[in-house]
Ligand binder design. Sequence first.
Ligand SMILES: Cc1cc2nc3c(=O)[nH]c(=O)nc-3n(C[C@H](O)[C@H](O)[C@H](O)COP(=O)(O)O)c2cc1C
Length: 217
Amino acid sequence: MEDSSLFQMPLAEVMSTQRAIRKVDPDRPIDDAILLKLIEFGTRAPSSMNKQSWEFIIVKDPTVKAKLGSQNRFMWNRVKGIMTRKAEKDPQFAKVNSATQWGVDHFENYPGMIVACFQGPRLAYPPVVGASVYGSILPSVQNILLAARSIDLGATFTTMPLWSNWRARRILGLPWSITPCVLITLGWPQGKYGPTSRKPVGEVTSLDQYGNRPWKT
Ligand SMILES: Cc1cc2nc3c(=O)[nH]c(=O)nc-3n(C[C@H](O)[C@H](O)[C@H](O)COP(=O)(O)O)c2cc1C
């Protein structure tokens, strides 16, 4: 895709405005060229030893979407009670909850879905292997989220539809050697989205020793 007007948003703006967009227009499709360009940006990310051990599945088939949607709903129904109790004490959490519920209810209608997978064994030991496995796929996912944001395409990072790797593998026809990690839902946003709410930098940054927070105001 060579439309030079696309993907031109300044990086700082992209990074500071990217957020989970769940309410999208179900009837407005996303061109394959855009989906492939997003994945191409994904493949520009770092990976352990530059092994580029990723595999991306674009999901279009309504039957496959329905099966993933049912997995998503299954997991959400298991955790919803805990989330609802948490939301009673935290209005911010309540917002995430109701947005997540919306995403679960309308999952099958997302015009675009990309499942980002890791290729290779996922050993349990030593602990750094975990960092190397997920560290080899999550930067590519973030690139895709940022690239989507830069063209005003809504995207959400989701894991619940893949809660059972075993089931997700069966649904997507993945061999055992491939681990589905993140499902990104995509679509053109409906309505307006405000800014993200994030903790101030000074609250999450220490100097030299954990808890020494000179930048906290
Ligand atoms: C590891 C991880 C797992 C997530 N899983 C889900 C999910 O299964 N379903 C969902 O709707 N959102 C999921 N999210 C999206 C988060 O809820 C969202 O990024 C967060 O609430 C911030 O939203 P905001 O960017 O709109 O402020 C996940 C995000 C991350 C990083």
